[in-house]
Design a protein around this ligand. Structure first.
Ligand SMILES: NC(=O)C1=CN([C@@H]2O[C@H](COP(=O)(O)OP(=O)(O)OC[C@H]3O[C@@H](n4cnc5c(N)ncnc54)[C@H](O)[C@@H]3O)[C@@H](O)[C@H]2O)C=CC1
Ligand SMILES: O=C(O)C(=O)Cc1ccc(O)cc1
Length: 299
């Protein structure tokens, strides 16, 4: 049997994503390469640490991050993106020489902005972003198959040791994901349109419907089992996580929102003037996108 990818893997932040990675890394399916010889879990929440112990999804729980990273050959930060800088600064002096520092955060330029200036020369930075998740959070929400058939985007800065990038990619491949390297700025623009803007719209439409129900005392929410219901699933996502994403991808998100607003205005105009061809064309484009997602097995 081949060596595990990492001797000791430390995960900081054992919520939905960290606990899903921990669950998968704790499994040793026959024939598959082991992700790590030892999994160490660390979370600033005592409750989360307790749950990880009860669930048995790590070999060791160490609430002190400076101790948790000791002798780890890979540390993956799985905390909200607004907390990444502080956690990285705290653990940096305690990382083993030659260690890999990675993360799973949804915004990548902000990660590089915060961590590159404090990065030690003997530590390899391999930022990552698994494009997989749900609206639930916390250690109980995770599951080992979360990353199967999903993408994991890696945004290593220029000059990063290719061997370190390959080991992080191998970890995600063992989780069932396909990995691809991408420039951080490009990542943030793509994610702004496919993930961050849809969440912004979902939070906003739920707020608008709620205001309307208050104002009119009508049944807006009672009869919500329509298109609106799909928005409410996304709108149930964690407020701290999404506040951090919006604030850390401000530029790209505002650009996509401006483009969306223009396109929504164009649709409003077509409805006002009865431009059926325009309306049908827009709806058909939506259907075509849905069809191609189904064909790509990403729906
Ligand atoms: N939820 C999702 O669908 C996805 C989330 N992500 C990214 O993954 C990261 C984690 O997200 P989730 O697992 O969903 O969040 P979560 O809210 O389920 O878990 C976050 C965990 O981090 C812990 N934490 C917070 N600050 C900490 C600190 N300073 N030190 C140690 N632990 C700390 C919390 O106690 C919590 O247990 C975020 O950066 C998010 O942007 C990436 C892909 C999908
Ligand atoms: O639950 C959903 O619809 C998601 O979109 C999950 C998700 C949330 C954040 C990410 O950075 C990636 C995936």
């Amino acid at each position: 049997m081949s060596e595990p990818i990492f001797k000791r893997l430390t995960l900081i932040g054992l919520g939905l994503i960290g606990s899903s990675l921990a669950r998968r890394a704790m499994q040793h399916p026959t024939g598959a390469r082991r992700i790590a010889g030892e999994i160490v879990a660390c979370d600033s929440s005592g409750l989360a640490c307790d749950r990880v112990r009860v669930l048995g999804i790590a070999d060791r729980v160490e609430p002190d991050a400076t101790l948790a990273v000791r002798d780890a050959d890979c540390v993956v930060l799985c905390v909200p993106v607004g907390a990444l800088g502080d956690v990285a600064a705290r653990i940096m002096p305690h990382l083993a020489p030659g260690a890999i520092l990675s993360d799973v955060g949804s915004t990548k330029q902000s990660m590089l902005r915060e961590i590159e200036p404090i990065l030690r020369a003997d530590v390899a930075l391999v930022p990552g972003h698994p494009l997989a998740g749900t609206e639930y959070s916390g250690p109980d929400a995770g599951f080992s198959t979360l990353f199967e058939n999903r993408w994991c985007l890696l945004t290593p800065p220029e000059g990063t040791d290719p061997g370190a990038v390959a080991r992080v990619a191998a970890m995600w491949n063992e989780c069932g994901a396909r990995s691809r390297e991408m420039d951080a700025a490009h990542h943030d623009r793509v994610l702004a349109i496919v993930s961050h803007l849809p969440h912004l719209l979902a939070f906003t439409i739920c707020g608008t419907a709620d205001d309307l129900a208050d104002e009119t005392r009508s049944e807006v929410l009672e009869f919500a089992a329509t298109g609106f219901r799909d928005f409410t699933r996304i709108a149930a996502s964690d407020p701290v996580m999404w506040r951090d994403i919006f604030l850390n991808n401000r530029e790209a998100l505002l650009e996509m929102l401006a483009r969306f607003t223009e396109d929504a205005q164009a649709m409003a105009r077509a409805i006002r003037w009865g431009d059926d061809a325009f309306i049908v064309d827009r709806i058909e484009r939506g259907r075509a996108i849905r069809r191609s997602l189904i064909e790509l097995n990403q729906a």
